[in-house]
Design a protein around this ligand. Structure first.
Ligand code: FAD
Length: 488
């Protein structure tokens, strides 16, 4: 039996481990932390449960597909769909509950924002069309194999290039709306891959389809149950997990991978898949290989500053996902991407899983995950930034919800970009690997195979096709296909 080593037990590592097990490899996963899940981790504090990383769950079938690889083993993973994608708030008192039913979305948005229903409907249709045209090229195949460019889907996507809006920014694309609040609402989707709407290409207007067309879901037990279910399945099917062990080198001979060395031992392997961020993979584990500098020097995606607050009351006006918008969105992104700091008026995202699972907070309380988009770690004074940001967030909540939330915070845990990097080795604490601010970003992402070392592959949010749970899982599907083809 051939041996495969997976470096890292993030969602990408867990998923590729299962797919390789299905291909009959003896699979060993080496993880530096004492838990599986990477960014998809959770903590309990003072009676509140907090998911530390992702909060939005889309394309759940990608998880089902993995668990169903082994139908002989029971899995209890389940989820429900959300009727409301998000509650949006502005300081002038405007509130919008975005439905995942497109007719309802169009009807309510037209009424609240005084927008033409036709404009809204055609925007959503265009989003769907762009998504369907591009997914097979940009998301489901390797961009680095000639065969990708020979398929009908590719040809179709390229023919429709002007329609895709690659030469516009997302903000320009979203100026079809009369009401700037709607433009802002749709600009927000740039943050789903850690980019700026004022720089990322208009093709990103396909992202709303993912949420509003294909739906958003809540996994029972919270987001952490996603990584837990994959890990538990991994244990059931005999994947070997080694925690608290750091990989220090990827070993190779004559351009062929031979195994890895960790801080404890050296392991031989026929195949190695790195789920680690591509930047430290080259800089720390492959110093003897010429690094693809253009790829590594790509601008990183935004990071985040998150306050996890136990709140001693219930807010009926809030739902699972809530956004309190900045009055000056452009300045907010200018601060993040150009000045590498935070604006005084950030957009505040509040995620409350106790709305879905009451056991996540004591009775009459809520567990708030309060996040603002932030620049990566470039050596800023995070202690000072955290203090200032907390004041600005509290101000924003007061302006939008009319409550001084500081009187209701019973417990607090804070995660900064530095903390995200320390936990997961994500370079600069980026949430999604490289940013998509450049229209060629997709082509500059690292491929899922290594061009210099045979039988070395790469999965996860910092390589093709990009960050976020669904894209990490697609990187795994592409990689598993490449490995299977190489073996056949
Ligand atoms: P990671 O989760 O980073 O896993 C990499 C693993 O490798 C880690 O466990 C790390 O410890 C391990 N490792 C690193 N170096 C070594 C080494 N030398 N030896 C051994 N092990 C090593 N996505 C969404 O889809 N929806 C969201 O709502 C969303 N929100 C987010 C909010 C936050 C705050 C964050 C941080 C991320 C969010 N994301 C979201 C992005 C999503 O979490 C990531 O894209 C995804 O989880 C990345 O998974 P991964 O497997 O690529 O990497």
């Amino acid at each position: 039996m051939k041996t495969a080593i997976v470096i890292g037990a993030g969602i990408g590592g867990l998923a590729i481990a299962l797919r390789l097990k299905k291909q009959d490899y003896h699979v060993i996963v080496i993880e530096k932390n004492d838990y599986a899940g990477g960014k998809l981790h959770a903590i309990d504090q003072d009676g509140y449960r907090f998911d530390l990383g992702p909060s939005l769950f889309t394309l759940p079938h990608l998880i089902d597909d993995l668990l169903q690889l082994f139908p002989e083993h029971e899995n209890l993973f389940s989820y429900r769909s959300k009727q409301i994608a998000c509650h949006y708030f502005w300081e002038d008192g405007t509130v919008f509950k975005a439905s995942t039913d497109s007719q309802e979305f169009v009807r309510t948005a037209a009424a609240i924002f005084n927008e033409n229903e036709k404009t809204l409907y055609s925007y959503l249709q265009k989003s769907k069309k762009k998504y369907n045209l591009t997914k097979s090229l940009f998301l489901e195949k390797s961009l680095h194999k000639a065969s990708t460019y020979l398929s009908m889907d590719t040809v179709k996507a390229l023919i429709n290039t002007p329609f895709l809006g690659i030469s516009n920014t997302l903000d320009q694309e979203n100026r079809v709306f009369k009401n700037p609040k709607l433009t802002q609402l749709f600009n927000r989707y740039a943050t789903y891959n850690g980019s700026s709407p004022y720089q990322t290409p208009g093709i990103m207007s396909m992202i709303p389809h993912l949420e509003l067309g294909l739906g958003t879901y809540y996994p029972h037990g919270g987001m952490h149950s996603i990584s837990q279910s994959l890990f538990e399945m991994g244990e059931k099917v005999g994947i070997e997990f080694r925690f608290r062990e750091s990989v220090t080198h990827i070993n190779h001979l004559d351009n062929q991978v031979t195994g890895i060395t960790t801080d404890r031992a050296t392991y031989e392997a026929d195949l190695v898949v790195s789920n680690m961020d591509i930047y430290p993979t080259y800089r720390n584990l492959m110093k003897d290989i010429k690094a693809p500098e253009k790829t590594l020097q790509q601008e990183r995606s935004s990071s985040a500053l998150i306050f996890y607050w136990g709140i001693d009351r219930v807010f009926s006006e809030l739902d699972l996902h809530n956004i309190l918008f900045s009055e000056d969105y452009h300045t907010e992104f200018e601060h993040i991407f150009e000045h590498k700091t935070l604006s005084k008026d950030p957009t505040v995202y509040i995620n409350i899983t106790s709305k879905e699972s009451q056991e996540d907070a004591p009775a009459g309380h809520e567990n708030w995950f309060v996040m603002i988009n932030a620049p990566g770690d470039y050596g800023q004074d995070w202690k000072q930034i955290v203090q200032e940001a907390k004041k600005d967030i509290i101000k924003k909540i007061e302006k939008c919800l009319g409550v001084n939330i500081s009187n209701h915070i019973k417990t607090e845990y804070i995660l900064t970009p530095q903390g995200i990097e320390a936990n997961t080795s994500s370079y600069r604490g980026a949430l999604y690997g490289a940013a998509s601010n450049d229209k060629f970003a997709a082509f500059l992402r690292h491929p899922n195979f290594n061009k210099q070392v045979k039988n070395l592959y790469h999965v996860g949010g910092s390589v093709h096709p990009g960050g976020g749970i669904p894209l990490c899982l697609l990187s795994v599907q592409i990689t598993a296909d490449l490995i299977s083809k190489a073996n056949s």
